[in-house]
Design a protein around this ligand. Structure first.
Ligand SMILES: [Zn+2]
Length: 348
């Protein structure tokens, strides 16, 4: 045992020494180092998936998603509008999660992999992202009912981007409850080109958000919708208030993550980086202290949701409150990894 730990320690010393002794040998290394520092222990998966999986098809991220879901879940880049092979419901033992109340008026309705959220306002519910079509009934509709909420009160569904793991449920919610569907304008275009037999069906065009973004107000709550093109051309991210023990807490929501499909398209890399800086600034201006995503892999939603009920030790905060610095660090990881990956693939 001791020998092992000495060896491990020596290896670490060598690795750390090498990292510390060398000035960054390349711009790529400098960006990766900045992302690594920003990620710390909090955003390891985001860091690894974005800084080291930029090859087409998404590498590790896609593989991991595929391991727990149906083929349509493999890698966000491959999920767009996939009509063929509309997934049968995968084995529930691999994805089902109970619904959780996260803040006074924010509820998590995700599977263990993909998140859907309900924001309760004085005039009804806003659902942020859906999920695969097979999750709509067990997670969103039954989840709301379990939490004492009424699915008929869903007034809006906001879709962060038009990939099946986040939007397949939109058409059913729209059809059953008369819900308005909000999407980025370019993502509406791709959605409306889907086959009528696409998994979950095709929603009817509703609210379209252009590059200027939008304010979506329902009753006492306004969601600031920020256009953050990159992951898809119409990706939307959000800033919105929630109540925590009666106090307002601001949330930043990152709408699209992976860059594996960008190839050598420099403009797309640049657009993605600009989008992260834009939403980071909006988050800073709003003093956002909660960082959410649509994948538990990135924001730890499934784990954190279950921690809400756990005893908090002295100094521990609500598990979803990461502080303004924690929010900024998340977007730094995204931007710095994209800058590194852009250089690595030789985008010009
Ligand atoms: Zn996606």
């Amino acid at each position: 045992m001791q020998g092992t730990s000495i060896l491990t320690g020596t290896l670490w010393a060598l690795l750390l020494g090498a990292a510390a002794a060398q000035a960054p040998v390349s711009e790529v290394d400098a960006h990766v180092a900045a992302a690594r520092a920003a990620a710390g222990q909090d955003y390891r998966a985001t860091f690894v998936n974005l800084c080291f999986a930029s090859a087409p098809r998404g590498g590790g991220a896609g593989g991991r998603a595929g391991a727990v879901g149906p083929p349509a879940g493999r890698g966000a880049a491959g999920a767009a509008g996939r009509a063929a092979g509309a997934p049968a419901t995968p084995d529930r033992a691999g994805w089902y999660a109970s619904p959780y109340k996260i803040f006074d008026n924010l509820y998590w309705l995700g599977t263990r992999q993909h998140s859907s959220w309900a924001l309760r306002t004085s005039e009804g519910l806003i659902i942020i992202d859906t999920n695969f079509a097979w999750a709509t009934q067990p997670e969103i509709i039954d989840g709301l009912t379990t939490l004492g909420l009424d699915p008929r009160d869903i007034k809006y569904v906001i879709i962060s981007h038009a990939h099946g793991d986040h939007d397949q449920g939109a058409a059913e919610v729209q059809r059953r409850f008369g819900t308005k569907v909000v999407m980025g304008a370019p993502d509406w275009e791709s959605t409306l080109q889907r086959s009528a037999t696409a998994a979950g069906g095709v929603p009817k065009r509703d609210v379209s958000v252009g590059p200027e973004g939008a304010k979506l107000t329902l009753g006492d709550t306004t969601v600031t919708v920020v256009a953050t093109p990159g992951h898809t051309p119409g990706t939307l991210s959000y800033i919105f208030p929630v109540k925590h023990e009666g106090q307002t807490v601001m949330v930043a929501y990152s709408g699209g993550t992976l860059t594996g499909a960008f190839g050598t398209d420099a403009a797309r890399w640049d657009e993605y980086v600009a989008s992260q800086r834009k939403i980071a600034k909006a988050a800073a201006d709003a003093n956002a202290t909660v960082m959410l995503s649509n994948h538990s892999e990135y924001d730890g939603a499934y784990t954190r949701a279950r921690l809400i009920a756990a005893k908090r030790e002295i100094g521990e905060n609500h598990p979803f409150i990461v502080g303004a610095d924690g929010v900024q660090r998340y977007f730094t990881v995204m931007a710095e990894c994209a800058l590194a990956s852009k250089l690595r693939v030789g985008a010009k």
